[in-house]
Ligand binder design. Structure first.
Ligand SMILES: O=C(O)CCC(=O)C(=O)O
Ligand SMILES: [Fe+2]
Length: 213
């Protein structure tokens, strides 16, 4: 059963649900993604990324920062996760249409960024698998920095202020400290679910020819 942390007044719009998946679910999810092809580290698409990734639903290219292809439905292992999220009021109005799987080997992180608000909707979720880590949020207006420990098997939900007015990043450090907690990193896989906005979707291709009278 997921247990939700108390909201942090410094990060409006952020939710953290611990034990969102069981250890058995985690093992099954890792086996499912490890059984699929990864890209990154020279492998297309997105060969320039140092961390390995997988995408479903749509293909986002990091080099051009555009959504270039519709890939089809999200894989079956996503459906129970989305149903559980919706039971917690996440993606309640509409299910997400994009899955990004990120793999962080020991020594890998992600630079400070805000997920594009021109491409992705207001709800961004990240399910942490295999390793705890610290995600640091920095308020773009005040510079205030808030480290958040993401335990393995927890779901992070970013909306509103935390989603749009802050950057988030993950360090490359093998051992991290945050608010007195010491976090030992290991290989981490995260499943990020988002909504590609209609205006960012690739055009459907040549329109059917309409004869002019
Ligand atoms: O790995 C994560 O939990 C977050 C990934 C992320 O921020 C992103 O891909 O935009
Ligand atoms: Fe992000």
């Amino acid at each position: 059963m997921a247990v939700e942390d108390a909201a942090d007044a410094r990060l409006p719009g952020l939710r953290l649900l611990r034990d969102f998946v069981s250890e058995a679910d985690e093992a099954a999810l890792v086996a499912a993604v490890d059984g699929r092809p990864w890209c990154g580290r020279g492998v297309a698409p997105n060969p320039e990324l140092r961390r390995r990734t997988q995408q479903d639903g749509f293909l986002f290219l990091y080099r051009t920062r555009t959504v270039v292809e519709r890939l089809g439905p999200l894989p079956p292992f996503v459906q129970p996760l989305v149903a559980r999220m919706q039971a917690h009021g996440v993606f309640a109005a509409e299910p997400p249409n994009h899955l990004l799987v990120n793999e962080y080997d020991l020594g890998q992180g992600i630079m400070a960024h805000t997920d594009s608000t021109a491409i992705f909707g207001d709800t961004v979720t990240s399910l942490s698998l295999l390793s705890d880590c610290v995600m640091t949020f920095v308020d773009k207006a005040t510079g205030a920095s808030v480290p958040v420990v993401l335990p393995r098997r927890s779901l992070l939900v970013m909306t509103g202020h935390a989603r749009t007015q802050c950057t988030h990043e993950i360090s490359k450090d093998a051992v991290e400290t945050a608010a007195g907690a010491v976090v030992h990193r290991d290989r981490r896989i995260s499943l990020t679910l988002r909504t590609i906005l209609p205006e960012a979707m690739p055009s459907p291709g040549p329109q059917a020819h309409v004869a002019s009278e």
